[in-house]
Design a binder for this molecule. Structure first.
Ligand SMILES: *Cc1c(COP(=O)(O)O)cnc(C)c1O
Length: 311
């Protein structure tokens, strides 16, 4: 059902990734929080950690509500800290300990458009870079919802464990449809608590007996997926390709527009020399590797006071 075209868009195949359709990126994130093997088989007290970059979307930060209900500690990590922790190498013997930890970061901040290095994925998975120094096995959730709207993402190279997306952010339609791409190395470890229509191979109504479907996608798509919208995806990808020539062209073009707009906006001045806008950005829009096409700003008056939304 349309999954081949999606995998192809992200330069991967069904051998490496499973697609679970959801109602959007937010639902995909919630699914990760619920299904991640926080408490390994045979242990009682979880020593897993959920770490997230402070520049994450609300829907990522909100995952800590679910992890807290399982006594899993959440640790916010500032971008500065992770850039500094580049020397935080985990000794090999501490990587083999089976405690699973999850680190989540956005490929692109939807607030400021800041792009974070995709190289973190491999560095964290391999123990070369450690968000916090704690023994265990690190898994990476790459929140790609904002990034993939204007950039190619090669999952053949950047093999994150979980990638949540919303399709309307890529081609404006269909709303209410997203997906969680799950790396097949972690897919079999995911836990299922609730079971909805279509996900059970067998169950008894009068007894606590439930046997899930074998396929990971079928196991996690509770109820009926939005199948008419899934049919539309192929056409979305086709038209996008035909109109633009592909994601790399979109990346270059939207960055050029953002760079131009940033330059013009940041030089606007009142007669008294005061700036007209205040831009919220961590970069100077030097390259699409560090900055996406998002400009977050307030308009100021001559005295530097913010001109409010209603005005
Ligand atoms: C938009 C967005 C989300 C949430 O997506 P929904 O479509 O609202 O579920 C999560 N993370 C990032 C980075 C986003 O840009």
């Amino acid at each position: 059902m349309g999954t081949k075209r999606i995998l192809q868009h992200f330069h991967t195949t069904a051998e490496d990734y499973t697609i679970i359709f959801t109602s959007g990126c937010t639902a995909a994130l919630k699914l990760v929080a619920e299904a991640f093997p926080w408490i390994p088989e045979g242990t009682k007290q979880p020593s897993s950690r959920f770490c997230y970059l402070t520049d994450s979307h609300t829907s990522v930060v909100g995952m800590r509500g679910i992890t807290a209900s399982m006594n899993v500690l959440s640790v916010p990590i500032k971008p500065k800290e992770i850039f500094l922790s580049e020397k935080n190498v985990l000794p090999a013997e501490e990587q083999n300990c089976m405690t699973p930890h999850l680190f989540s970061y956005p490929a692109q901040s939807n607030f400021s458009g800041t792009r974070y290095p995709l190289s973190w994925i491999q560095d964290i998975k391999s123990g070369k870079l450690c968000p916090i120094k704690i023994p265990g096995k690190w898994f990476v959730l790459l929140d790609a919802a904002s990034y993939v709207s204007s950039s190619p993402l090669d999952l053949g190279v950047h093999q994150a464990d979980f990638i949540p997306i919303s399709f309307y952010k890529i081609f404006g339609f269909p709303t209410g449809l997203g997906a969680l791409l799950v790396n097949n190395r972690i897919a079999p470890l995911l836990r299922k608590t609730y079971f909805g229509g279509g996900t059970a191979a067998a169950y008894l109504t009068g007894e606590d007996f439930y046997f899930p479907r074998k396929s990971i996608a079928e196991r996690f798509e509770d109820g009926t997926a939005s199948f008419l919208d899934i049919v539309a995806l192929k056409h979305g990808f086709d038209v996008l390709e035909k109109l633009t020539g592909g994601m790399e062209k979109i990346n270059q073009h939207t960055f050029a527009l953002a760079h131009y707009t940033y330059t013009v906006l940041s030089t606007l001045k009142y007669a008294n020399g005061a700036p007209v806008v205040r831009i919220y950005s961590d970069t100077d829009f030097s390259s699409p590797d560090v900055q996406g096409p998002i400009i977050n700003f307030n308009v100021l008056d001559e005295n530097g006071e913010v001109i409010g939304f209603s005005q």
